[in-house]
Design a protein around this ligand. Structure first.
Ligand SMILES: Nc1nc2c(ncn2[C@@H]2O[C@@H]3COP(=O)(O)O[C@H]3[C@H]2O)c(=O)[nH]1
Length: 646
């Protein structure tokens, strides 16, 4: 008996031990993770490593069966365009099925539906292979992509869209209900919009198109709903109720033609002035009688023919009613019963929202389109006000205004390069800058043999600047602080009084380098050796002396080659004295000793600050480490105590 009763106890004990051991392992792993911080990733356990290797193997497989799609690729964009075009079919024709005259067309094109379903099916497949980004890396593993898609809401929508409701009894008789599920696929239009937004170079035009399209869809559905309601009310009542879609609107123009054929003795000769309001006092039966008696047979037949034959007219009038109501322009026939009132109220509210959205959106777009221009105009106005306030001579004021006009016309003020540079990562902006400026820099003879890495460094430091006609860029005898590269236009090297032109420099030429290169033997030292002025409007790149030297410090060979070329120019002008004692180069580059001392002081202060911060960080992490160690130790002791107790 005792052995029997001890058995369950032993079993329970074993289970308990396994359970507590599992708990301990779990906790220990968790603590290890906390202790080790983010450096150790527990996902790299044996099982996960095997999984990852399998994933990698699968990703490496090639061939059409293993293709995945990148949502930023051109292929995916074009495919989205195709799907969106197919989506337009249910979006337009589901609502239009309220017009009976369109049914023959819908029946004749029913074969196309299979093709559209095929496109939707293919889209569902492609979506299951759409790459996702995990930890910044695109995932290409098919199983992962499939699992991810299947778990998304869009997958459910895609599946619902593929249900063939036209085969389901009860739905098959109505095009509207048979196609209703396909409308869900219109979420792909949003995908198309966001993809286009990224790709387009005319975002404002696209946003305007999007707005117009949205309005069209809302007007379209509202117009079709209005026509459907009129059908429910029965069109004949339109003679009594102006609100309902009236054939009168269709018939009147044709009626005018028919009336000419009506015999004068038919008692219907005054029909030219005929108006539905004349019949308002009559009952429905009386109206019917009136028409049965008075209308000539020919006219009656013609009216019947017109009924439901003029689809375009029906649609256009319904759309027109819808657009007028939704943009709350008014002047629509008044509703006469509660439902019509409710419908009108709903439409008016919807219209107000749409109207507010349109006005707001269009306003924003116009502001965005003109933002650059209005900012530019503000600056120009400010400049004019300043010139008037400071009594600037008319000729100078004119010159300033002309400069503004030229810089606007040549796109200088339209793009804020600094804003773009701040937003983009430095490397990427560097690549863009290289692409833009390299062409000019390569044409510069001075940089012909320069290391391409030096050119890259220089490009990032170039500043664009524009000069007006006859503007002096530098004057002889001034201290040189920057050098220039002509991007566009011409500059003239002239004598001090500006009367004699020595040489005219065009695109790709460098000037102003002699006074900043600290060429040994330069008689003018760091002073400009000539005056330079802009011939017409000229676009220049400006390179600061400090920036040039900072770059040259890293590339001594390039520095030597630049100095050698400078020497050649100076020798040509007899401005080079090889016997001149060599200045302390450091002094020349870095400025006078006081300046250098201030700079060193600033740099030391900055370094001290950094060291202090680093010390604080080390102390904090030390304290944290100690606490973690303490916790681990306590846990280990607890655990060992518990083990001993057991
Ligand atoms: N002195 C001189 N300078 C020239 C000539 N052609 C172009 N320049 C440039 O004019 C610049 C004037 O300023 P810098 O002396 O710094 O550098 C000079 C040269 O880069 C020339 O024939 N003589």
């Amino acid at each position: 008996m005792s052995s029997r009763s001890s058995n369950p106890e032993t079993f329970g004990g074993i289970v308990f031990r396994i359970w507590s051991l599992r708990g301990w392992v779990k906790r220990a792993r968790l603590r290890l993770k906390v202790f080790q911080g983010s450096d150790i990733d527990l996902a790299n356990t044996h099982g996960d490593v095997i999984k990852e290797v399998e994933c990698k193997k699968e990703e490496e497989k090639t061939g059409i069966l293993y293709t995945t799609f990148d949502d930023t690729s051109l292929f995916y964009y074009l495919w989205t365009c195709i799907v969106c075009l197919v989506c337009l079919h249910p979006l337009i024709f589901t609502a239009m099925s309220v017009f009976n005259d369109i049914h023959p067309f819908l029946r004749s094109t029913s074969n196309l539906n299979h093709f559209f379903d095929f496109i939707f099916l293919l889209d569902l497949f492609i979506q299951t292979r759409l790459q996702i980004v995990e930890n910044g890396v695109p995932v290409k593993n098919l199983r992962k992509l499939f699992d991810n898609r299947v778990r998304s809401k869009q997958f459910i929508i895609d599946v619902i869209c593929l249900i063939p409701f036209h085969l389901v009894p009860g739905f098959s008789s109505s095009f509207f209900f048979a196609k209703l599920n396909k409308l869900l696929k219109c979420y792909r239009l949003l995908d198309f919009a966001s993809l286009t937004e990224i790709r387009t170079t005319s975002p404002h035009a696209f946003r305007l198109f999007k707005l117009v399209f949205l309005c069209f869809v809302i007007f379209h559905w509202n117009g079709c709903l209005y026509f459907h309601l009129s059908k429910i009310y029965d069109f004949e009542l339109a003679f009594l109720e102006d609100w309902i879609f009236s054939y009168d609107k269709i018939i009147n123009p044709v009626k005018a033609e028919c009336i000419t054929d009506i015999p004068s003795d038919s008692g219907f000769c005054d029909t030219r002035q005929w108006n539905s309001s004349d019949l308002q006092d009559l009952s429905e039966d009386e109206i019917q009688e009136f028409f049965d008696d008075l209308m000539p047979t020919e006219w009656g037949n013609k009216t019947k023919q017109i009924e439901f034959t003029n689809l375009t007219r029906q649609y256009v009038l319904s759309f027109y009613w819808s657009a007028l109501t939704l943009v709350t322009l008014g002047e629509q026939p008044s509703p006469i019963n509660t439902f019509q009132n409710a419908f009108e109220i709903f439409d008016t509210l919807l219209g107000l929202v749409i109207f507010a959205t349109i006005v707001g959106d269009v306003g924003n777009m116009v502001v965005a389109i003109n933002l650059g221009k209005s900012e530019f105009e503000n600056v120009l106005d400010g400049c004019k006000r300043f010139a008037v306030y400071r009594k600037v001579p008319f000729a100078l004021r004119k010159k300033a205004v002309e400069y503004f006009t030229y810089s606007w016309a040549h796109g200088g003020a339209q793009v804020d390069e600094e804003e773009v540079a701040d937003f983009l990562p430095p490397r990427l902006f560097g690549e863009i800058a290289v692409e833009i400026h390299m062409d000019t820099l390569k044409r510069v003879k001075l940089f012909e043999e320069c290391d391409s890495r030096l050119l890259y460094e220089l490009i990032l430091k170039l500043q664009p600047r524009m000069y007006s006609p006859m503007d002096y860029i530098c004057k002889k005898g001034e201290v040189g602080t920057e050098m220039y590269i002509v991007k566009k236009g011409f500059v003239e090297v002239v004598s001090e009084d500006g009367q004699q032109i020595f040489v005219t420099l065009g695109s790709g030429v460098v000037f102003g380098e002699l006074s900043i290169l600290n060429i040994p033997g330069n008689k003018n030292k760091n002073l400009r050796t000539a005056s330079v002025r802009s011939k017409g409007y000229s676009d220049l790149y400006v390179l600061d002396k400090e920036d040039l030297w900072e770059a040259l410090r890293e590339y001594p060979q390039a520095k030597d080659s630049l100095i050698e070329k400078g020497k050649q120019i100076l020798a040509k002008d007899n401005l080079l004295d090889e016997n001149m004692p060599k200045d302390d180069e450091e002094d020349e580059i870095c400025g006078p000793i006081e300046e250098r001392l201030t700079r060193y002081q600033e740099e030391t202060a900055e370094l001290e600050k950094q060291i202090e911060e680093a010390e604080i960080r080390i102390r904090n992490s030390h304290r944290e480490m100690k606490m973690r160690l303490f916790r681990v130790e306590t846990n280990l002791i607890d655990m060992m105590n518990r083990q001993q107790q057991k």
